[in-house]
Design a protein. Sequence first.
Length: 314
Amino acid sequence: MRLVVVGAGAIGTLFGALLQRAGNEVTLVARPEHASAIQRDGVRLEGRTAATIPVQAVPTLPDGLVVDAALLTVKTFDVPSAAAVFAQSARTPTVVAALENGLGVEEAAEQALTSAGWSAAGDWIVRGINSVPAMLVGPGVVRHAGEGELLLADYKSGKHAEVLARAFRAAGISARVTEDREREVWRKALVNAAINPVTADHGIPNGRLLLDPYRGQALQLLDEALSVAQAEGVRFTDTDAQRELWRVVRATAENRSSMLQDLDRGRRTEIDSISGAILELGQRRGIALPATARIVQRIHAREPRTDPGVTRLA
Ligand code: KPL
């Protein structure tokens, strides 16, 4: 397949490099220093996968791009602009797989692609729900940091998820199609709502959440997020949610969460599309979420005032 990875940070670079190694034709669109290191030396993978893989990498999306699919691995808040820039570059509708964390990602992509003139834009969108952990070590260098799985779901009536899942599996990435997109999006959002803000606030790897006081804080956030999920009609019990939380914490114990990696780099985080989105849904339903409200404020206070983000892709 011909693939473009729009916003190749840790996860996009890991996936793009593995897909290229498996025989796909991949272009990574990445921040300039990352793109030029890859163009010069290839992608260097460490950890679970140790390899150097030559991949085409550019700092901006080429015009008139012809690909079979775009993987959007930008931050959630950059999905609308990345989708719009891709639509302009691709000219004709093509599969767009959005692999971000958080709630409302596919809706945001659909809106942007529709505004760019695509009809039935939702049929081109695949939602990716990823728990393969990866860390950007430096320009061109990514650590494959543990076990995880990529779930793929067609958003509307399109039938693209299986084709992508096959390509990912052929590249050695554990990937499968799910028919229950909403439940899986929530399952991941619950885990992210508990892991990401606590690890980011305290500067700790995921595995430290097994210890108090972090354990208690993560459980409190999980509990609040779960009350919103349940009110939204997603059927998870406390036991389901806790089992999933500790499973992911153990599988990604040495990983620094994506939110912590963002703060480490002085970048804006995805707090608004994870805990912020849950808080907003809770407020609409009159559910009090005091711990979530506090952590949203604490993470915002740690964020930089500006982050150019995807505007570099235009
Ligand atoms: O999704 C993640 C993230 O960091 O955003 C987990 C699975 C929690 C791995 O760190």
